[in-house]
Design a protein. Structure first.
Length: 433
């Protein structure tokens, strides 16, 4: 991603208004669901063509859906302003993989399905989507790992974990918190963003575990990642190939944090089409709770609505990530917000292997009783996330926040709550007990 700091001011106000005016369509007559429908395994066939194969597997194994009317989602005003100001100067590099001229906002607000580069452009829109553009501190969330148990409220909990913080600091694309729009450190280090996931609070034998990761604009430079191992009290440097694999009991891997967190240039991108499909973007129950009809492997019953969805295929470039676990990723992105709704992952034999799904909400606060994390405009928050092995039924289900967490507000987005020093090895080690 070269030339990120070149600036030009191009007004696209009228066209942006057109985009926002057209992103929500009426459901086609062929749609098999309508608001008020309640989907269970018994009538799962009604949504088979409206969900990803992995999500359909979840429904047939106990997850339920409440179908509600489609509702529009607007971008945060500072993000919209940045898109208007800077998007006109953004272009793909000559190899059609990276960005030039990106500063802030959405890189490519106008998507043409006939554009030969449409898949790569959508992928970069996903990377710089309007969720957290400056900094993020997600506090006191947790995950339970269970086997899917159709028709039952409970399944034996194999693993239960609680995380103190997941922090992100973006050095480019900043829209709300100084320094704007690019941190001067970017010119020195070339880092796009820094993340710190630490400390793990439970289970006790892993208390203090942490991970720090740097992403670079240089398309040929892999991520720098360090892991603090509490048992031996040592920092281990992690090869980027292992970031696609879950190495513990928890089903999530580092490249699934926030949906799809891998480096775009490590994949070949293909546009599979645009389709009206179901997504959970206006979940009303927060904090969320495990599903009572699949053993706690997903979130249900919650609201699902028809959305306009872009479908992308990401195939690993084996010259860059030769040990990537999956043969391909199929991503289902909301066309209005570019958030990942769900993702199907296929094994080396080409068989459906994993499904990752997010349950999200759109409001001015992450939980109804928030006192600090209250925003002047609505934002998108993740309420629950689940990564499930569809071949064994083993699933990790996460709640953000945990229903009984000491800090219930969880999502501190673009509030200046994170600085670069928090996403360092030194800070990670210092936080360990």
């Amino acid at each position: 991603m070269s030339g990120l700091v070149r600036c030009a001011v191009v007004s696209v106000t009228t066209a942006l208004a057109l985009v926002f005016g057209l992103v929500v369509f009426a459901a086609p007559a062929s749609a098999q669901v309508k608001p008020g429908d309640f989907i269970t395994p018994r009538n799962a066939s009604k949504v088979k063509d409206l969900v990803a194969p992995g999500l359909y597997w979840r429904v047939t194994h106990g997850m339920t859906m409440k179908i509600v009317p489609t509702r529009a989602i607007d971008w945060p005003p500072p993000y919209k302003d940045a898109t208007e100001k800077y998007s006109g100067q953004v272009r793909l590099t000559p190899d059609r993989q990276s960005l030039e001229g990106y500063v802030a906002g959405l890189p490519f607000p106008f998507i043409d399905a006939n554009d030969p580069d449409v898949a790569v452009k959508i992928a970069w829109n996903m990377t710089f989507r309007p969720m957290w553009t400056d900094d993020l501190d997600a506090r006191f969330f947790g995950c339970q790992s269970v086997y899917v148990n159709p028709g039952h409220r409970y399944s034996r909990i194999i693993d239960l974990s609680e995380i103190g913080h997941y922090r992100t600091y973006n050095e480019i694309g900043r829209t709300e918190v100084e320094p704007l729009p690019i941190d001067p450190d970017f010119k020195k280090t070339g880092r796009m963003f820094l993340t710190g996931l630490y400390p793990l609070l439970t289970p006790e034998n892993l208390r203090g575990l942490g991970l720090v990761r740097f992403r670079y604009a240089d398309p040929t430079r892999g991520d720098d990642t360090w892991l603090w191992q509490p048992g031996v009290r040592r920092v281990r440097r992690i090869n980027q190939d292992i970031l696609t694999s879950a190495t513990g009991v928890n089903q999530f891997n580092s490249d699934e944090y926030a949906g799809f967190n891998a480096k775009n240039e490590n994949y070949y991108w293909k546009f599979l089409g645009e389709k009206r499909m179901l997504g959970a973007l206006h979940v009303t129950q927060a904090p969320g709770h495990p599903c009572p009809t699949d053993g706690g492997a997903s979130s249900c019953p919650v609201e699902w609505e028809l959305r306009r969805v872009y479908i992308l295929e990401a195939t690993p470039n084996r010259e860059r990530v030769p040990e990537e676990l999956y043969s391909k990723h199929i991503l289902y992105l909301d066309a209005e917000t570019y958030v990942l709704l769900t993702q199907d992952l296929y094994d080396r034999a080409g068989q459906l292997f994993m499904n990752y799904t997010d349950w999200l909400t759109y409001r001015d606060r992450p939980v109804p009783d928030a006192r600090v994390a209250i925003y002047p405009f609505k934002r998108i928050f993740v309420v629950n996330a689940s990564s499930t092995d569809l071949q064994t039924g083993f699933s990790t289900f996460c709640s953000l926040p945990l229903p009984d967490a000491p800090e219930r507000e969880c999502w501190y987005i673009n509030m200046g709550a994170v600085d670069k020093s928090m996403c360092t090895v030194r800070a990670m080690v210092a936080a360990a007990p």
